[in-house]
Design a protein around this ligand. Structure first.
Ligand code: LMR
Length: 400
């Protein structure tokens, strides 16, 4: 018999984040805790359907819309509303028409589309993301044919942001490198740049002709919807060409509906129109056109000031619960007299805490306690609640 085409194909490891959900579900222990994937969970360990989403679904059901294709660029009103949410309605970027926003398959789809666009339309071939970063950034870059050269971001010794190293590495990137930056709630470390540090990064991007690509998957989870867009707005005011990937997976709990957007900021509405023609081809060649349902929900909410305010309050509720859990974990670790000071957990923002636990310690948490977290030491704080936090703290102290 001839050799099979696939006989020499090796097996690849499972995704380090997504595979944790399967492991957690298969664990029969009632004490198990899921601190893996970045998905909001409430006090009962459930991912709630937001009230505004429930309302939107009821209203949409009454409209009984036909399931026709939507444009390659997504629902036009959704695109306009997303742009306003990111930059603010009064922003020059919005008013001048020099940015184009297209609906994508979640934040991941936005990164993929942006990476493809910059390769095919502008010939970019080097990509850079922080070390560490959300692992998918590098996979998307590599799959699109980019050479990946990361920039340092976090110092494992000091458990802190390493801004000096970051700047040094950014300056050594080749011109026209596509640089992925986390706009807020850095994944996985939870450490963000401050205002002055962002200004310095903007200067480096300008001087070294780098192409910034801001990933904003967690808008609303640090300080608020407007506050968390600060970095994006600084780039907009600086007059650079740049890209933004945004997502409603987290802020609407619409994970499975794949609702995101890619925004490309150019110098003129004429450039924006030409970029749109390329984006249409990229979307068409990848998935033809995006799904309608989730975007209709978001559109329904963002288009009405009252519903918007309701949504903003619900996002604040999720944000506050996560902050409370951070504090509870710190308190519990202190109470136990853990070897290490865990107060850094409240310095970090967003859904994640980078604990500094080693891969071996993370493996022990799963084996001995049924606590699932990412091998690099990242925990999703949303998996904590008042009932399990002392159990988790004791387990942390034990493996440390
Ligand atoms: C995460 O980092 O856990 C989330 O962004 C989910 C994912 O797709 O990895």
């Amino acid at each position: 018999m001839e050799n099979s085409l696939f006989s020499s194909v090796n097996s690849l490891p499972d995704d380090p984040i997504l595979s944790l959900t399967g492991q957690f579900l298969a664990d029969p222990r009632p004490c198990k805790v899921n601190l893996g994937v970045g998905m909001y969970m409430d006090e009962n360990g459930q991912t709630p359907v937001l009230e505004v989403v429930r309302e939107a679904k009821e209203a949409l059901a009454k409209q009984s819309l036909a399931h026709t294709y939507i444009p390659q660029t997504g629902l036009p009103q959704y695109d306009r509303l997303v742009q306003k949410l990111i930059f603010g309605a009064e922003s020059d970027v919005v008013q001048s028409g020099r940015a184009v926003t297209v609906q994508t398959l979640g934040g991941t789809g936005a990164i993929k589309l942006g990476v493809d666009l910059m390769h095919s339309a502008c010939g970019l071939s080097t990509g850079s993301a922080s070390i560490p970063t959300w692992g998918n950034h590098n996979d998307i870059l590599k799959l699109a044919g980019y050479r990946v050269q990361g920039y340092r971001y976090y110092n494992a010794q000091s458990h802190w942001l390493d801004f000096e190293a970051m700047c040094e590495d950014l300056k050594s990137l080749p011109e026209r490198a596509l640089v992925i930056l986390h706009a807020c709630c850095h994944n996985p470390t939870g450490y963000d740049l401050n205002h002055d540090q962002w200004l310095e990064v903007i200067n480096i991007c300008r001087k070294h002709k780098l192409v910034p690509f801001l990933d904003m998957a967690y808008q609303g989870f640090k300080d608020g919807l407007q506050e968390d867009a600060h970095a994006v707005r600084l780039f907009a005011n600086a007059g650079l060409d740049f890209l933004v990937a945004s997502s409603f997976s987290k802020s609407f709990n619409l994970y499975g509906e794949r609702v995101g957007a890619l925004t490309v900021v150019t110098h003129s509405s004429d450039e924006a129109q030409r970029i749109t023609s390329h984006l249409k081809i990229c979307a068409r060649a990848n998935y033809s056109n995006p799904p309608a349902f989730g975007a209709r929900i978001v559109e329904f909410v963002l288009s009405d000031p009252e519903r918007f305010a309701h949504w903003e309050a619900e996002v604040a509720g999720m944000r506050d619960r996560i902050k409370r859990m951070r504090q509870l974990l710190v308190n519990e670790m202190e109470k136990i007299g853990a070897k290490r000071d865990f107060s850094f957990v409240t310095e970090q923002a967003g859904m994640f805490s980078f604990t500094g636990l080693s891969p071996e310690q993370i493996a022990r948490l799963a084996t001995d306690y049924g606590i699932y977290a990412v091998k690099n030491g990242r925990i999703c704080v949303c998996g904590l609640n008042e009932r399990n936090v002392s159990y988790v703290a004791r387990a942390f102290a034990d493996v440390m």
